[in-house]
Design a protein around this ligand. Structure first.
Ligand code: ZN
Ligand code: ZN
Length: 304
């Protein structure tokens, strides 16, 4: 590296440095926007204004499962020599990590400084344009977060960590997932609901997690409209997700359909243990179920 650099003219060297700087800046900005919009690696717990007058803020975040902090102070007074400190590996070695950029955005949104006073280096136009859509919000649990009005998550950001009711969501997709825990396979379903109503807002797409038991008990299928209550969380891999659902109500639309059945309805299902056997499930006019499988007839238990 040294050899290559020493063979460059001063002008060329400056270009290399500037090019590198640009690369690091856009990397940090991308990381900040990733943290605002999803939560792939580290979850931001919240921003805190430590000293409003001095423009001092702290950011709480999880870094490799450890609670960590970043301190940022950017005001019109100190803008050419701003203060920044971060626990993450890049930040603690003096780099401009995503947390730095989160601090820049938050401080700017708090009006601690005017963007036209920024002289440290040239801010990318893309960044200035993008932060127009960023807003500070307070979640129900009182944490301050940044939200991107241009992102899908925007509508529900303030309910993260809270119990929410999801109404009239149409099942758009369903995916069975399973994992092994203490030698036992546990399965669950991830359902994507279309146009669900959450706290009077219509959410274009929302993912919910249902236990396999709940999924099969309700005989759910694509196109069903359902109502659930659960906790909205920000999952590392799924993004926003409604979890801890204990009950599913088939929407009014479906219920009225069930009520209008005057004749018994029958379905034939292949046995899961013997491919030559099949059972008939009956939905009676009174809305009760019965099944010809041994589990239902002999044990009087609710089967699938
Ligand atoms: Zn950092
Ligand atoms: Zn059965």
């Amino acid at each position: 590296m040294e050899l290559v650099l020493s063979s460059l003219s001063e002008e060329e060297l400056e270009d290399v440095v500037r090019e590198n700087e640009r690369k690091w800046i856009s990397k940090g900005i991308d990381s900040a926007f990733n943290m605002i919009n999803s939560s792939m690696t580290n979850t931001i717990k919240g921003f805190r204004v430590v000293n409003e007058q001095a423009g001092e803020i702290e950011i709480d975040f999880e870094w490799y499962k450890e609670m960590s902090k970043a301190f940022v102070c950017i005001t019109d007074k100190n803008i050419s020599d701003l203060e920044f400190d971060c626990d993450c590996s890049l930040g603690s070695s003096g780099g401009m990590c995503g947390h730095f950029w989160l601090g820049v955005i938050f401080s700017f949104k708090k009006n601690f400084f005017n963007i036209s006073n920024w002289t440290l280096f040239e801010l990318p136009q893309e960044f200035i344009r993008k932060i127009e859509n960023i807003e500070i919000i307070e979640t129900k649990s009182g944490a301050l977060l940044l939200t991107d009005k241009a992102s899908d998550n925007f509508l529900l950001q303030e309910y993260i960590g809270s119990e929410i009711s999801v109404k009239n969501g149409e099942i758009l997709r369903s995916e069975r997932k399973s994992y092994e825990y203490e030698g036992k396979e546990t399965a669950y379903y991830l359902l994507t609901l279309k146009d669900a109503i959450v706290e009077k807002k219509t959410v274009p797409e929302l993912t919910i997690r249902l236990s396999e038991g709940l999924y099969t008990k309700n005989l759910l299928k694509i196109g069903d409209r359902i109502e659930v209550k659960g906790k909205l969380i920000k999952d590392k891999f799924q993004g926003l997700l409604v979890k801890f659902i204990r009950h599913v109500t088939i929407g009014k639309l479906e219920k009225s359909k069930v009520k209008s059945i005057t004749k018994d309805k029958h379905w034939t299902l292949k046995s899961s243990s013997n491919a030559n056997k099949s059972y008939t499930i009956t939905l009676k006019a009174d809305g009760s179920w019965s099944c010809t499988c041994p589990q239902f007839t002999f044990r009087k238990k609710q089967c699938k």
